[in-house]
Design a protein around this ligand. Structure first.
Ligand SMILES: *Cc1c(COP(=O)(O)O)cnc(C)c1O
Length: 361
């Protein structure tokens, strides 16, 4: 059985090299006499795995020393509650930017714990752009400002050089679908978090990177497991962490480091995305749906003139091993998710297929 080019938005493609390495040590890890899945999270061998993963992630993302790195459970969606429960402790007000489905989920959750002000939104245009974010829209008195950095469903992103000036209010960023894909200056954030299953490894682990002065001031009602202080104090070993997912993410970190880190990934991702966007900009049949200056490097939505043609293209692509290209139901059309592990050949061959389709239709 041949592996497909899998354009799924998540869980998504993982580097073949890493899958094969995990396979090699699946039954027996190093000289431990057991699988990583079978070992105690308190053992020396597992501590090496989790602490090395943290060290490598810190190196890859240039995470400053005054930030804690945590390996948590519950997906990015649990962070939608954890962020307000831990940060809405001053004025109990937070500013949210609504750039799509994931922002909306985060907004709905935060409303349970304080006062949420949606300061900008692109909902009126089905989230096809990032709204303007001048410093004047933000409340100086808010406990934090919340952004989704890459909008997986709609294909927009806020790159590092467009992060807003929030008048010193801590910035919280959902980086689930572009972590390790493009560079961000972590010191500009109070919190960054990401579920693993788009760019880091299998589902089951969520990374939270939290500035230390924001840890330990949670609301009184916050469950122990949802306090950042619990996990920061115990180095993500308060209870049993998702041991295998952390191990696998650790392999992905080593892979990314070996290739040249985020700089390498970023250069390659820009190249991959440009192949698709250049074609979309010149095609008479296929059209991108996002305002050019806000285009994501990771998720590329596009449409054909009719739903019938969309369905025909998706079916044809699938039969040739290009799978999971169907767009989100709110956008329609197609979406190609081209995370770090998608090889450039996958993108080149997809565009070749689109060209052939254009000629024939
Ligand atoms: C996938 C995704 C989520 C949800 O992640 P879960 O781990 O499934 O909870 C949240 N935010 C963004 C930007 C995503 O892409």
């Amino acid at each position: 059985m041949q592996r497909y080019f899998n354009f799924s938005a998540g869980p998504s493609m993982l580097p073949l090299e890493v899958l094969e390495e995990a396979q090699k040590e699946f039954v027996c890890y190093a000289d431990s006499g057991m699988s990583v899945m079978e070992m105690s999270h308190r053992s020396k061998v597992y501590e090496d795995i989790i602490f090395t993963a943290e060290t490598n992630l810190r190196e890859l993302m240039h995470i400053p020393d005054n930030y804690s790195v945590m390996f948590l459970q519950g997906g990015a969606s649990t962070q939608f509650a954890m962020v307000p429960l831990n940060l809405l402790v001053g004025s109990k007000k937070a500013d949210y930017v609504n750039t799509g489905q994931w922002s909306k989920r985060a907004i709905a959750e935060a409303k349970k714990y304080g006062s949420v002000n949606v300061v900008a939104s692109s909902e009126d245009t089905v989230f096809n752009h990032i709204p303007a974010l001048p410093a004047t829209i933000f409340d100086k008195d808010a406990d934090y400002v919340y952004l989704t950095l890459n909008n997986t469903i709609y294909g927009t992103h806020i790159p590092n050089d467009k992060l807003p000036d929030t008048n010193g209010v801590p910035l919280v960023g959902d980086m689930s679908s572009n972590i390790l894909a493009e560079p961000y200056d972590i010191s500009k954030f109070g919190i960054v978090f990401a579920g693993a299953q788009k760019n880091l490894g299998p589902a089951g682990v969520t990374i939270a990177i939290v500035r230390n002065d924001l840890i330990g001031k949670h609301q009184d009602i916050t469950p122990t497991m949802l306090q950042y202080s619990t996990h920061a104090a115990e180095k993500s070993l308060y209870n049993t962490p998702p041991t295998y997912s952390i191990y696998f993410a650790g392999l992905v970190f080593k892979w990314a480091k070996k290739l040249g880190g985020i700089d390498y990934m970023y250069a390659l991702n820009k190249k991959k995305a440009a192949i698709l966007y250049d074609y979309l900009d010149n095609s008479k049949l296929f059209k991108g749906t996002v305002r050019p200056e806000d285009r994501s490097l990771m998720n590329v939505p596009f449409v054909l003139p009719t739903k019938e043609l969309d369905a025909k293209f998706i079916k044809q692509a699938e039969s040739l091993g290009f799978v999971n290209l169907k767009g989100h139901r709110t956008v329609g059309g197609m979406r190609a998710s081209i995370y770090n592990a998608m090889p450039i050949e996958g993108v080149e061959k997809l565009v070749a297929l689109m060209k052939t389709f254009e000629e024939e239709n």
